[in-house]
Design a protein around this ligand. Sequence first.
Ligand SMILES: NC(=O)c1ccc[n+]([C@@H]2O[C@H](COP(=O)([O-])OP(=O)(O)OC[C@H]3O[C@@H](n4cnc5c(N)ncnc54)[C@H](O)[C@@H]3O)[C@@H](O)[C@H]2O)c1
Length: 253
Amino acid sequence: MAITPNLTDHAILVTGAGRGLGKSMSEKLASCGATIAVVDLDPAAGEAVAAGIRAQGGKAHAYAADVSSRPAVLDVAARFAQIHGRIDAVVNNAMLLRYEPVDQVTEDVLSRMVSIGINGSVWGAQALLAHLDPQRGGAIINMASPVAERGFPNTSAYSLVKGAIVTLTKVLAAELGPRGVRVNALAPGSVPTPGALGLNDKAEYERRARTIPMRRLGREEDNAEACAFLLSPEASFINGEILHVDGGIAAAG
Ligand SMILES: NC(=O)c1ccc[n+]([C@@H]2O[C@H](COP(=O)([O-])OP(=O)(O)OC[C@H]3O[C@@H](n4cnc5c(N)ncnc54)[C@H](O)[C@@H]3O)[C@@H](O)[C@H]2O)c1
C-alpha cells in the first residue's frame, strides 16, 4: 500500500526533477498535496513533468536552472517562494551519472560532478534556509548511494561525491536541527532510470538483480515512497539518517 502523508500546504523544491528519481519523487510528493518546484537543467523535461502533475490535479511550477550555480539556485528559490510565501523542503537530487576507470577521469568531468553533486547540495540547503518559516521548520533530502559505503570499481568521481553528500547530511543534521530543519539522505540502489541506463546495459542489470539480497532491481516508486515518508510529519524525529532503499546492497557488502 502506498504511503500518503498529508503534505498539503508544503512547498517543496526538487532538483533534477525532469526525469528519473527526481520526476517520480516530484509526482509522489504532489500526489500527497505538496506544491512542487520542478527544477532541471533541461527546460522541456521540467515543463513536461510540471504539466503532467497539473494534469493529475496537482500543483507544480517548472524552473530551468543549473544547480551548480549558486545564483541560479537562489534565484529559482526566490521565485518559487514568491508564489508560495516560503519553502518547506528541498530535495537535492540533480547529479551527472558517469562511471569510468580512475585513469580516465578528466579535470572537467571531475569538477562538473563535484559542482553539481556537492556544491549543488550546499546551494539547495541555502535556498531552503533563505525561505524557511522558522516557526514551521523544514527538511532537506540529499541523494546518497550505496557506492558511498562500498568500493565499486570505476566509480571514483561519482562515489567521492556521494561520500561527501553523506558527510554533508550528517553535518547539516547537527547544524540545522536546532533551527527545526531535519536533514536526511536517501540511498537508492540500482534503479534503471534514464541516467542509470547510460551506465549499465541490460545484461549488467540482469546480473545485478541476481546479486541483490532482495533479488530484484530498485523501482522508482520504492525511492519515491521513502521520500514522502521522510518529508512527512510522521518522520519529525528522524534527522541525520541515511535511508537505504537498495534491497540490501549496502548491507550485504
Ligand atoms: N538510478 C540509480 O540507481 C541511483 C542510485 C543511487 C543514487 N542515485 C541518485 O539519484 C539521483 C537521480 O538519479 P537518476 O538515476 O534519476 O538520474 P537521471 O540522469 O535519470 O536524472 C537526473 C536529472 O538531473 C538533471 N540534471 C543533471 N545535471 C543537472 C544540473 N546541473 N542542474 C539541474 N539538473 C540537472 C538531468 O537533466 C536529469 O533530468 C542522483 O543524485 C543519483 O546519483 C541514483
